[in-house]
Unconditional design. Sequence first.
Length: 136
Amino acid sequence: MPTFRIKEAASLLGVSTDTLRRWADAGRVATTTDASGRMAVEGTALATLAQELAESADHEETRVVVAHSARNRFSGLISRVTRDTVMAQVEIQAGPHRFVSLLSREAADELGLEPGMLAVAAVKATNVSVEIPRST
C-alpha cells in the first residue's frame, strides 16, 4: 500500500500541512508511520478524503473565477479502478477535479493501477477553451 508523508499528502489535497495534521488529530483521516518513523497517510485513506473534499466543494457556493487556464497534467490519487475482461475505468481525484480514463485492462494491469496510488492525468484535447467571467 503506498503511503504519503504529511507534506506530500497535504500538497495533493491542496491544504497546508498544519490543516492536514489538525484533521488527523481530529480523526478525519487515519495516519500511520512510514519506514522512517514519520507520520504518513495511506493512499486509500488519502483518496477517500480527496473525494470527500471534492464532493463538499461541489455543494459550496461557486467561487467567481477572474482568470483561468488549466495546464494539461493533473497529479492526484487513484480513487477507483474498475476492470472487466477487455477494458478498465480509472478514476483520479486531483484536488477538486475528478478525471476518468478508459484504457485497456492490459495497460491497467501492466501499470499496476490500484486505489490510493499517485498518478498523473495527462489530458490531450483538440479543443480547449479558456473562459474569463465578467467582473461584477
